[in-house]
Design a protein around this ligand. Structure first.
Ligand code: DLL
Length: 433
């Protein structure tokens, strides 16, 4: 069994609670002093930082929502002066505005530490060759995994995403032992491998660290069978830090959370009440070491459950179960977070079609596809073909720049998209995962 930081990963529950209490108290004081949004939320509840005496008091604190980040876009929730921020990342939001996150040097060190723990748990070490095929850029996947891999001492191969043929030839030539990418991309790589006639014996691949989107046990099985590797689940979200908020160990029975940095709770998404151990509900995180963007009880909208039993690997850190879904309408298409309302605002801003649309998502050759059916107005319907083509192109361009992914636009005749009497159904997700 190997650990990156045994002292914390295998700490007794009692000691962990002590560490968490100390760090939580410091964090609450810091945000109360430095972040007007938190001060206001606490004042509204009639609370002072002194009311938080241990982790038991966590449940008294107000929640933080994605909306709070949007309301204070871009840097309003940061708890340090910008001169202390050395990196920003961002992920998509509902209206095209991104959710911006910022890191101090210490935050980057914490991030590398938690990623080094996750790679170690997945069997990687100094002698490993780690190919990182998560996108590099504003997305946290690429750079997050990159620095963690370097901290681990592995040989990092920063291929970023895309260019599949090159990925595969480098995988072969450079002797990649560990692959980090989305699970759907892993399957796509497997398929291309077969297509290009690359033999499994040409590769040294042992394991993959896959996440950033939901995937099922059967998808795990398929990846493991086709690539002949062990496939580990890694979870994270930009707001909390990026990848590394939780990751599986060799037992593959739940993802360990580095609780000395992030405290999880499971709540009832309707009432906000903390649920008893083992119940499924919305997972909420409080960061207790982050400086740039500390988060108090952040509502992830992801559904999961927690298991506090000591794992067979020896780690005492709580495990979160595979994400079972979301409480909102966010979709993850090719690793990009997409809200149907983003499509709606694009259509409304162009204004040449009816406000009726449908997103059809499918998976072909293990890659997500997105078709957007848009109903045209009767006047446009009687117009010439050239005009229709122009509208289609305009929508396609706008959608691409707003969502950050391409979509096939299909204009459909008036009154063909089904109207609903209750909640509108805007999404047909045909993917089987
Ligand atoms: O996806 C960070 C990440 C990068 C995680 C690489 C793992 C690997 P965001 O773009 O902010 O951050 O998206 C966060 O993605 O709230 C979940 O809904 C979903 N998600 C992430 N990992 C998993 C996973 C990154 N393993 C959102 N299983 C989260 C299911 C996941 N859903």
């Amino acid at each position: 069994m190997s650990y990156w930081n045994r002292a914390y990963e295998c700490m007794s529950r009692e000691e962990m609670r002590k560490v968490q209490s100390e760090r939580l108290i410091k964090t609450v004081n810091r945000v109360y002093e430095n972040v007007p949004t938190y001060r206001k939320k606490m004042q509204e509840k009639g609370m002072l930082p002194g009311d938080i005496k241990s982790v038991d008091d966590l449940k008294k604190l107000p929640f933080t929502y994605k909306q709070d980040l949007r309301d204070t876009y871009p840097y309003g929730l940061f708890a340090v002066p910008m001169s202390e921020i050395v990196r920003v990342h961002a992920s998509s939001g509902t209206t095209g505005k991104k959710t911006v996150v910022g890191y101090t040097q210490n935050d980057l060190d914490v991030w590398s530490e938690v990623i080094a723990r996750t790679f170690t748990a997945a069997g990687a070490g100094k002698d490993s060759f780690l190919q990182i095929s998560y996108g590099y850029g504003l997305f946290t996947g690429g750079l997050g995994a990159h620095y963690g891999g370097e901290k681990l001492g592995a040989t990092v191969i920063p291929t970023s995403s895309g260019n599949t043929k090159l990925q595969l030839s480098l995988m072969k030539d450079f002797g990649t032992t560990h692959l980090a990418c989305t699970p759907s991309y892993a399957l796509y790589l497997a398929e291309e491998m077969e297509e290009l006639g690359i033999e499994r014996s040409d590769l040294k691949l042992k394991a993959g660290i896959f996440g950033a989107e939901p995937w099922s046990e059967s998808m795990r099985q398929e990846i493991q069978d086709r690539l002949k590797i062990k496939a580990f689940d890694i979870y994270g979200l930009s707001e909390v830090i990026g990848p590394g908020v939780a990751c599986e160990c060799e037992c593959q029975s739940g993802m360990h959370i580095p609780e000395d940095h992030f405290i999880p709770e499971i709540i009832d998404p309707e009432t906000g009440e903390v649920l008893p151990e083992g119940s499924e509900g919305e997972i909420v995180f409080t960061t207790i070491t982050k400086e740039g963007l500390p988060l108090i009880r952040y509502r992830t909208r992801d559904l999961s459950s927690l298991n506090y039993a000591t794992c067979e690997c020896g780690r005492t850190e709580v495990r979160m179960n595979k994400v079972a879904g979301r409480t909102d309408d966010m979709l993850i298409i090719r690793g990009v977070n997409v809200f149907p309302s983003q499509v709606e605002s694009v259509l409304l801003s162009i204004g040449e079609t009816a406000p009726h649309y449908m997103l059809v998502i499918d998976r072909k050759d293990n890659l997500d596809t997105l078709e957007i059916q848009v109903e045209i107005t009767p006047s446009l319907f009687s117009d010439e073909v050239k005009k229709l083509e122009d509208v289609e192109k305009k929508i396609s361009k706008e959608i691409n720049s707003t969502l950050g992914i391409g979509a096939k636009i299909k204009l459909v005749e008036p009154k063909t998209i089904q109207r609903s009497e209750g909640k509108a159904k805007r999404v047909i997700d045909k993917r089987v995962i």
